[in-house]
Write a protein that binds this ligand. Structure first.
Ligand code: MEV
Length: 316
């Protein structure tokens, strides 16, 4: 039997970085997915095949001996084999519909889809159990993760989230499209989070004032999302971008991408860690094409919609 699970990419509408220090963030899953298939084998090995490469490792070898990209999957496979006292190996295949390392939550979607798929080989697990395994797995490569990205991948839709475990799924979803544009600059979330920590340590008052302003902005944003007020949501995205500029996670490329959308979108900002990766621009059917043609001359971009499915599991 093959156990199959898929999980969506995510963007952060508001609150990246500030969430690491106790603030809230608003995350939105989008309709691009990672699918993981797994099956038990008799080889005693963990075998992984993905667009990022192939790996075969003995199931008793430490995940720390493998390349970073494979560590979370090995961790999940080993945890499950151990928990169910299984003698088997596992063969795992990963397929992604979106690029990795650009702020769209590929590692989280991969952790969630892998946790869903591999746990499915050993019976049913709740979404909460799968989320816990996925976050623990992500910590093998990103120790300080707030857990926000994995949570968005599991539940789908739009989520209000804080690091202490507060999760609220918005019941009334606004109607919007997003244009996601890739700067082509691969970033390391770990490195950018460390840069922000240094900023916070060196400029404590400024950082604390920005956290307070961000918290107010997020409350306004939640109200506007419920009212489907795209004009105001866009303005708040632009304001959130100013805060991200101040903590130093933007750069000339990202700024010039955002300015290309200035006259045509409701608002635009970095999504995720920044210092590279993607920007998002808020759209509806009146301006979607205009935003895409403004960006597409220089950057890879695609339109996206809110994903409401979250983690899905099945078998073949
Ligand atoms: C990364 O997608 C989001 C950050 O806020 C880090 C985190 O929440 O773990 C930068």
């Amino acid at each position: 039997m093959k156990s199959i699970a898929s999980a969506p990419a995510k963007i952060i509408l508001f609150g990246e970085h500030f969430i690491v220090y106790g603030g809230k963030a608003i995350l939105c899953s989008i309709n691009k997915r990672i699918t993981v298939e797994s099956e038990l084998t008799k080889t005693g090995q963990i075998e992984i095949e993905s667009s990022l490469g192939k790996l075969k490792i003995s199931k008793s070898d430490s995940y720390k001996n493998a390349d970073l990209v494979f560590r979370p999957i090995i961790y999940i496979a080993q945890k499950m084999l151990e928990k169910f006292h299984s003698e088997s190996g596992i063969k795992i295949t990963v397929r992604a519909e979106f690029p990795s390392g650009v702020g769209l939550g590929s590692s989280s979607a991969c952790c969630v889809a892998a946790a869903g798929s591999i746990s499915g080989l050993f019976g049913n697990h709740t979404r909460e159990e799968i989320l816990k395994i996925a976050i623990d797995a992500e910590r093998t490569i990103f120790e300080n993760t707030s857990g926000a990205d994995c949570t968005a991948c599991v539940y789908g839709g739009i989520l209000e989230y804080s690091k202490d475990g507060h999760i609220r799924k918005l019941e009334l979803l606004p109607k919007f499209d997003l244009v996601v544009a890739n700067s082509g600059i691969i970033h390391s979330t770990n490195k950018v989070v460390s840069m922000v920590r240094q900023f916070k340590d060196e400029r404590q008052e400024t950082f604390s004032s920005l956290c307070t302003q961000e918290a107010g902005l997020i409350e306004d944003a939640l109200a506007c999302l419920q009212r489907n007020d795209l004009t105001k949501i866009g303005k708040l995205m632009t304001q959130n971008q100013e805060f991200l500029e101040k903590i130093g996670v933007s750069n000339d490329t990202l700024r010039s991408m955002i300015s290309l959308t200035k006259d045509v979108s409701y608002g635009a900002k970095i999504t995720g860690a920044g210092d590279g990766g993607c920007i998002i621009a808020l759209a509806d059917k009146t301006n979607l094409e205009k935003i895409q043609s403004a960006l597409a001359k220089k950057y890879e971009c695609f339109s996206a919609k809110i994903d409401t499915r979250g983690l899905e599991q099945g078998s073949a």
